[in-house]
Every structure is written in structure tokens, then in C-alpha cells.
Design a protein around this ligand. Structure first.
Ligand SMILES: Nc1ncnc2c1ncn2[C@@H]1O[C@H](COP(=O)(O)OP(=O)(O)OP(=O)(O)O)[C@@H](O)[C@H]1O
Ligand SMILES: [Mg+2]
Length: 339
């Protein structure tokens, strides 16, 4: 295999903390797991929380810290790109879970407790049948195997699995922590961000450090070592504020053709409707000159349109619908009830 040149290496991987104690902003999780690392006493784990907050990082770090050089034989990692349907649960996972292990070579300086770990990343994408099939495996082999489930939506993990695990919630990273990590990477990579760009990066990443690091690396590749907030906007796919602002203003005029023109322009420019929805939502919620009721009406319509998009509806029509509904609410036009 060709060596990885530092320039082509993904910064998210390069700066992934290797030890549990280096995972930022998840103090409760780190405290509980540090104890485990000392005693080697590990329950089944369930990590949940929004993207880019350290869940996979923490799971990999515990496994590496417990097993060191024996990691390969002791840890099975499966994520959404691997097949994890019911057949895999019945074969691959069960076979790995059933293998007995002794306590490893403790002279290596690692605890090597007498069990294996199966990490099921993105477990919320497993079917319910597959999850059900895991219940017995978990119980039968609990002496020699620990499971670590990782997901964004804990409600998609069936209760019998969730109730067998110690649950840890990962919080979105706050701005201070994000800024600290970003500045550290900038220093290591010789990249300069001015303070506007730094604030912009934290705000567009919404507590997701992976996203922040990815934007930073993309911007550095395209624009070199001095990065402005405009550079970040262009790599992040967010829509320039003026575009959303002029749609909002057009809705406020109460003139349908103005709003319709804005919508056509937005679609012609290739801006994704879902991104417009999310930015329009922020703008509406923060507006100081409209009533709470109006905000609620517009938000409700935004949520419905967003769901329609996920179900495959047409972007132009959904955006037009949102705009005309917003216009009615903003201009107090009577709304015929069509339900
Ligand atoms: N709490 C954290 N402390 C330090 N670095 C972090 C933290 N969270 C995320 N990162 C950085 O972001 C990258 C992605 O984190 P990770 O893969 O752990 O996210 P995740 O929570 O598993 O997200 P997803 O739900 O999308 O899988 C890591 O490589 C690391 O560089
Ligand atoms: Mg992950």
C-alpha cells in the first residue's frame, strides 16, 4: 500500500483523539469510562447524540486503550457500510461473539480484560429484525463479549437492546471548545483564520466538529493558507445570507410575482431547497418584528415542506409553497382552511 502523504490525509482522522481523556466536552462520559479503563470492567455501551461529537472516536479509543496490540483479534467494528442485516447478526456477529478468549498478555502494558468488543456504529440504521436477533446473542455471550452501539437517534434502538446497555449521551460541542480545537489544527497545519472566519466556522458547523474540520480542510485546499469567512461559505454549501434575505423581503411585500421570481432564481442558481428552509427558519425565529404566532405558522409549514422533500417532492413547488404561506402569514392575508 502506498504511504499516505500528509497532504492527502483527512484532518478528521489525523486529529481524532487517540485516548478517551482527550475527547473534549463530554466530561461525564470521559469520567465514567476512565474508571472502566482502570478496572477493565466494561458494561455493554450505548453512545448516542448528534453527528461529529466524539462517539466513534470514544469507542475506538476505549478499545485501543484496553487491548493495544491485540486490538485486531479482540475488536469487531461494523458500520453502516457493512451489511448488518439479520443474516450477518446470525453468522458473523454471532461467530465472533461466541469465540472464547483468555486474558491477554498483560505484560504489554495493556489491561487486556478477558472479553471482546463488538462495535456497531450507526446502529440506528439496523433493521428491527436484526436488532431483535441480537438480543439473544448479547445475553448468551455476555461473559466473553461486550457490545458498543453507536447511533444518532436513540429512539431507533429497540428497548430490549437499550435496556441492556449503559447509555451515554454526547452533547453538541459548544463554541469555545470548537474554536479551541480548530485553532489547534490551524496551528499544526500552518493555516490562518481571521476572527470573523473562526466565528463563521463555529456557527455553520452547529456543534459538529467533524463538519468544522472538513470545511477547514476543503477551504485550505482550495484557497491556501489564509482563509476568510467567504471562503468557508463557498465550501460549506450554505446559501449567502442575501439570497435568503431577499426571498424573505419579497414575501413581506405581499406580491406573489416578486416571491415567485425569487423562488425561480434560487432554484435556477442550484441552491438546495432544504438549505434555504433551514436558513429561512433561523431568520424567521430571530426576527424581532413579527409575532410569535406568525413565526409558529411559518415554522410549521417549513417543517412540513422539509418532510415532503425527504419523501421526494419537487424542490421548486415546495419552496414556492413555503414562500406563499410565509407571505400569507407575514401580511395577515386570510387563509382558507383547506383541510
Ligand atoms: N468531543 C470531541 N473531542 C475531540 N475531537 C472530536 C470530538 N468530537 C468530534 N471530534 C473530531 O471530529 C471527528 C469526528 O468525530 P466522531 O467520528 O467521533 O463523530 P461521531 O460522534 O461518531 O459522529 P457521527 O454520529 O456522525 O458518526 C473526529 O475525528 C475528531 O477529529
Ligand atoms: Mg460515528
Amino acid at each position: 500500500m502506498a504511504p499516505i502523504h500528509s497532504s492527502s490525509q483527512q484532518w478528521v482522522e489525523k486529529y481524532r483523539p487517540k485516548q478517551v481523556k482527550d475527547v473534549a466536552h463530554q466530561e461525564e462520559v470521559v469520567r465514567a469510562l476512565t474508571n472502566t479503563l482502570e478496572t477493565g470492567n466494561l458494561p455493554h455501551l450505548l453512545f448516542y447524540g448528534p453527528p461529529g461529537t466524539g462517539k466513534t472516536t470514544t469507542a475506538l479509543a476505549i478499545a485501543h486503550q484496553l487491548f493495544g496490540p491485540e486490538y485486531k483479534s479482540r475488536v469487531l467494528e461494523l458500520n453502516a457500510s457493512d451489511d448488518r442485516g439479520i443474516n450477518v447478526v446470525r453468522t458473523k456477529i454471532k461467530d465472533f461473539a461466541a469465540v472464547a478468549v483468555g486474558s491477554g498478555n498483560t505484560n504489554s502494558g495493556y489491561l487486556c480484560p478477558p472479553f471482546k468488543i463488538i462495535i456497531l456504529d450507526e446502529a440506528d440504521s439496523m433493521t428491527e429484525d436484526a436488532q431483535n436477533a441480537l438480543r439473544r446473542t448479547m445475553e448468551t455471550y455476555s461473559k466473553v463479549t461486550r457490545f458498543c452501539f453507536i447511533c444518532n437517534y436513540v429512539s431507533r434502538i429497540i428497548e430490549p437492546l437499550a435496556s441492556r446497555c449503559a447509555k451515554f449521551r454526547f452533547k453538541p460541542l459548544v463554541e469555545d471548545i470548537m474554536t479551541g480545537r480548530i485553532l489547534h489544527i490551524c496551528k499544526e497545519e500552518g493555516v490562518h483564520l481571521d476572527s470573523d472566519a473562526l466565528t463563521m466556522l463555529s456557527s455553520i458547523s452547529e456543534g459538529d466538529l467533524r463538519r468544522a474540520i472538513t470545511y477547514l480542510q476543503s477551504a485550505a485546499r482550495l484557497y491556501g493558507s489564509s482563509i476568510s469567512s467567504n471562503n468557508l461559505i463557498s465550501v460549506s454549501g450554505i446559501v449567502p445570507k442575501e439570497v435568503v434575505q431577499s426571498l424573505y423581503q419579497a414575501c413581506k411585500t405581499g406580491q406573489f410575482d416578486l416571491a415567485q421570481k425569487e423562488v425561480s432564481d434560487i432554484i435556477a442558481e442550484g441552491h438546495p431547497a432544504s438549505q434555504i428552509f433551514s436558513q429561512l427558519y433561523d431568520m424567521v425565529v430571530q426576527a424581532t418584528d413579527i409575532s410569535d404566532e406568525t413565526k409558529a405558522r411559518i415554522s410549521q409549514r417549513l417543517a412540513e415542506a422539509d418532510k415532503c422533500l425527504i419523501d421526494g417532492a419537487d424542490e421548486y413547488l415546495q419552496l414556492l409553497d413555503v414562500a406563499s404561506n410565509a407571505m400569507r402569514s407575514l401580511c395577515n392575508m386570510t387563509q382558507e382552511c383547506c383541510y
